[in-house]
Write a protein that binds this ligand. Structure first.
Ligand code: FE
Ligand code: FE
Ligand code: ZN
Length: 277
């Protein structure tokens, strides 16, 4: 069983450069910000670079990649213009994703701004219904969230509420984040099987497409969202190893979003592989 593992990387020097760097550190997947994470500006489109990147898939060594939407994107803002902007950003990013089809676009469902979760899930689904289209070859993933502030996606039920309202439901999946689920209160350390069973009954394991592998600085249920290096947080290495070896999870792409650089991620992946032997 070959692990699909990589890390969050910078696309600043171009897509192809990023892809080659991932392969160099022994990764066969990666994640990157589709645009400036704290802004909204898209990268200038460089078709040659995108085609060179697309050539790195399959025989090239990359199995799949995950694009991550900017943090500023809020599909459940109380401001209609900002929801419109979220739809525009997502539509633009998804267009770029078609240069390397068959991959994933992950986003934080959003934070409601007082209007409540019940309204927010409808607003998020509205944005998805605006931008998803039948011919697209990218799958959009909702990320499980820590529940910081008024974050939507702190429970499997909230994600289900969004997914229930999406017309092109086959275009939408879920990306689990171990730090976020832990911080949201899910006991993935002592009861991974129970958590996965719950996910399966609420959403369906077939909807699970990617996994952010992070340790957490804080206790379970803290709703903080502070990532820690693998094995140096409250989840612990034993639990993280159980996650990557679980039969229901082991074939997913695992992305490290731990607080270190590419060399650090390379070392973490190496350590993980050693411990799995
Ligand atoms: Fe995220
Ligand atoms: Fe994450
Ligand atoms: Zn996080």
């Amino acid at each position: 069983m070959l692990l699909t593992i990589g890390a969050h990387m910078s696309v600043a020097k171009g897509y192809a450069h990023m892809g080659r760097e991932a392969l160099e550190i022994g990764a066969n997947t990666l994640q990157f910000f589709a645009r400036n994470p704290r802004g909204a500006k898209a990268r200038a489109l460089d078709e040659r670079d995108l085609k060179a990147f697309a050539a790195l898939f399959g025989e090239g060594g990359l199995r799949c990649v995950v694009a991550h939407a900017p943090y500023t994107m809020n599909a459940c803002s109380s401001d209609g213009h900002l929801r419109e902007l979220a739809a525009e950003m997502m539509a633009g990013d998804l267009k770029v994703m078609e240069y390397f089809p068959g991959n994933f676009y992950n986003f934080h469902p959003g934070s409601h701004v007082g209007q409540g979760a019940a309204t927010a899930v409808v607003q998020i689904a509205d944005v998805l219904n605006k931008v998803l289209y039948p011919e697209m070859r990218t799958m959009v993933l909702l990320e499980t969230m820590a529940g910081k502030g008024t974050e939507i996606g702190r429970s499997f039920e909230e994600l289900r509420e969004i997914m229930n309202r999406v017309e092109l439901s086959e275009k939408v999946g879920v990306c689990m984040d171990s730090c976020h689920m832990w911080d949201a209160g899910y006991d993935i350390a002592e009861d991974l099987t129970g958590v996965l069973k719950e996910f399966d009954s609420v959403i369906g394991l077939e909807k699970l497409k990617a996994f952010h592998l992070n340790d957490s600085l804080n206790d379970r249920g803290s709703h903080k969202d502070r990532h820690a290096l693998l094995g140096e947080g409250k989840i612990g290495m034993e639990a993280l190893l159980a996650i990557v070896s679980d039969p229901a999870l082991c074939e997913l792409p695992f992305i490290l979003e731990t607080p270190t650089d590419t060399a650090g991620h390379a070392a973490e992946m190496q350590k993980l592989k050693e411990l799995l032997k």
